[in-house]
Design a protein around this ligand. Sequence first.
Ligand code: FIX
Ligand code: ZN
Length: 420
Amino acid sequence: MKTVLAETSRVPFAKQIEAIVASSSIVDIHTHLYDPAFKDLLLWGIDDLLVYHYLVAEAFRFLDIPYEEFWSLSKTAQADLIWDSLFLRHSPVSEACRGVLTTLHAFGLDVKKRDLPALRQWFGLQTVEQHVNRCLELAGIKKILMTNSPFDDFERPVWERGFERDARFVAALRIDPLLLSWPDTAPKLVRWGYQVELSSSPQKTFDEVCRFLSDWTRRIQARYVMISVPPDFEFPSRNIATQLLEKAVLPHCREHGLPFALMFGVRRAVNPQLKLAGDGVGLSNLSALQNLCAGFPENKFLVTVLARENQHELCVLARKFRNLHIFGCWWFTNVPILVDEITRLRVELLGLSFTPQHSDARVLDQIIYKWQHSRYVIAQVLVEKYSALAQTGWQISRDEIERDVKDLFGGAFEGFCGLK
Ligand code: FIX
Ligand code: ZN
């Protein structure tokens, strides 16, 4: 017989739901982490946590040294400056600062000592293998989707050489330069043996881009193809990106049964002096997405949007198109106040057919705080929604809650991708 959860059981209703959310394992569907075989490309440890670009942007609010001087420092010296300005001279209350402390606390480290050298010493004693296992276990993650770019000069040779895969790290093919900087990318494709020349032989070029995408999809065993686009992205339009998307990328995704992931709304290099920390946000015109979903019903689209103001329209579009799966509270929206608002909005408009969160972690250890903080907010939303059902007399079993949470934490994504 199924256990019906109720206020009357020994553990209160809310606590039972929170416990299920806290213990369900997760598929983290978008990160910037790497299979450990990529060696130094997999970032981890206290200094990488401190020089995370979210913290760099916050530290520059207080620092008055020139940008170039900061960038000329070693990673350790940059981390020292960030620790000093964001943790010692002011209280670390921002989401990204709090995240560092949540992570250290989860490792059993005593944050109140505020002893950076001692923290460095502790991390220095860990091995990567142990640390990967520990972080995945503390975060409750079973699979991590990477961001894999054939255009990255450090990453590409590792794939070309080949290595033994860690089954927990799954690939996603990232193609921003292909669509967004074609003039720089075309010569590279030619160098790599693909005969592309858009002006003289467009069809041949599209076929060759498809061949390039197929080669890389097979090589890395990609689960989806991904791009992030600026707020002024349009579809249809007469530009090269649109032609390549329509004639090469979407046919490729259809042929391989892969979703195409679009992240809308990033304004790159608003302040180039901040490097990776210098990107901003802008409102997108989601008609582009509507046109894609309507015009290509055989394609599947995985979508997140960066602007808070685009969130409602995105939910409404997902109600109209079942080839659209929405995911994550991306980057500047990954703060508790917005995770709460966006998750509620999605549950109220879509039920459970979406993926509320991804970590976007760039440093392995971050999966701990990103998921601990998100699990907490998601649990509160579910407690409220299940309680509202209980008030109507609807009874829900533990198995049903476990099923729902499993869907939210990767099951719905895998179903959408056709993986289960
Ligand atoms: O485009 C992306 O995948 C973004 O997530 C990154 O470019 C961004 O720098 C980031 O780390 C956001 O969390
Ligand atoms: Zn990302």
